[in-house]
Ligand binder design. Structure first.
Ligand code: KDO
Length: 336
């Protein structure tokens, strides 16, 4: 909470000045504009693959795209500030990270709200997002270009099913479940019935290996890409969050680009997002067999019990108070 408050205070106090205080801002090379991207994911994650195979070549004529993976340039959760300050041009951000600055984004972090990848796209492109996007542009100097699909988050534990068979949220009582380090993530962990532990993604493998945590939650493609299956024994298909990311771009840089380059960046971003989405969906559908072949048990709990508890926790939370009136209804109406 202290972290979140400090960031919000920073935004309130210095919002307009953030861009001005830039250190080492965007550089136009001889001919090309530098686009540095910092992401937490590996370069084999489907979002990275999509950026490398679709985005990079599409902008290569006028831009020098410089991606950094595995949080090597900026730590998880610090990228938006880096863009706001002019030290970075692009990142793969999340609704949870935006909710640190703008509490209303927590509506997109709530369990069992988005229904599937298609629903996410409809919500992102709907007029209901206009105010959300504008606020991020005006106050953080960040433009949200496109929505990326991360996948259905599942609970992934170290202990075998014979030791802990999870049917309902009550079975997760006392389970040290790593969640990323912001309030909205921690809340989701508690809403699931677990004891959430905040931790950066890059530390999760070692923490699972050593037993510092009992488990983590992520979609199946991430469990495979990050090799969490090597250090865990079961996956409970709670599908508690159909998780998304946004491709975030420096608004300051955007405003300096000619219209044809803006259009090319937007198109490349949308095409990369769509390519990544289709690949991620395919992987999500296929990877269960591979994970089982590695000795893990994968099973469905009482999903209705999880949905009921998670939704009830959100409805009575402070998060829901920050959701603009009528938006949840609009989001639901765009679903199946
Ligand atoms: C994670 O830290 O668990 C998470 O899945 C959160 C996402 O928002 C996203 O940042 C992702 O990590 C990273 O890109 C690593 O895949």
């Amino acid at each position: 909470m202290i972290n979140a408050l400090n960031r919000r205070q920073m935004l309130g106090a210095t919002g307009a000045a953030l861009g001005v205080a830039a250190i080492g801002g965007p550089v136009f090379g001889k001919d090309k504009v530098r686009i540095r991207l910092s992401a937490v994911s590996s370069d084999t994650d489907q979002r990275a693959v999509a950026l490398l195979q679709k985005f990079a070549p599409a902008v290569a004529g006028f831009a020098d795209f410089q991606p950094s993976w595995n949080a090597t340039l900026f730590k998880q959760g610090t990228e938006l500030e880096a863009i706001a300050r002019g030290n970075l041009e692009m990142s793969i951000t999340s609704a949870q990270e935006l909710a640190v600055f703008f509490p209303e984004f927590s509506i997109f972090t709530a369990g069992y709200v988005h229904q599937n990848a298609e629903h996410q796209v409809k919500v992102f492109n709907d007029a209901l997002m206009d105010d959300f996007k504008k606020k991020v542009e005006d106050r953080l100097n960040v433009k949200l270009l496109s929505i990326m699909y991360l996948g259905r988050r599942q609970v992934n534990l170290r202990m075998p099913r014979s030791e802990l068979d999870v049917k309902t949220p009550a079975d997760l009582k006392g389970v040290k479940l790593r969640m990323p380090g912001t309030d909205s993530w921690q809340f989701l962990g508690r809403a699931l019935g677990a004891s959430p532990v905040p931790m950066a993604f890059t530390e999760v493998y070692t923490a699972l290996q050593s037993g510092a945590i009992d488990g983590q939650d992520n979609p199946l493609p991430t469990v495979v890409d990050a090799k969490f299956y090597e250090v865990t024994k079961q996956i409970i298909l709670t599908s508690h969050l159909v998780d998304l990311n946004y491709l975030a771009f420096s608004k300051k840089l955007w405003d300096k680009l000619p219209a044809d380059q803006q259009a090319a960046i937007q198109k490349a971003s949308d095409e990369a997002a769509e390519f990544g989405r289709q690949n991620q969906l395919k992987k999500e559908a296929e990877l269960g067999d591979f994970i089982k072949s590695q000795g893990l048990e994968i099973y469905e709990p009482n999903v209705a019990a999880f949905r009921e508890r998670v939704q009830a926790e959100y409805v009575k939370s402070d998060f829901a108070k920050a959701w603009p009136k009528g938006v949840l209804e609009k989001v639901n109406a765009l679903g199946a």
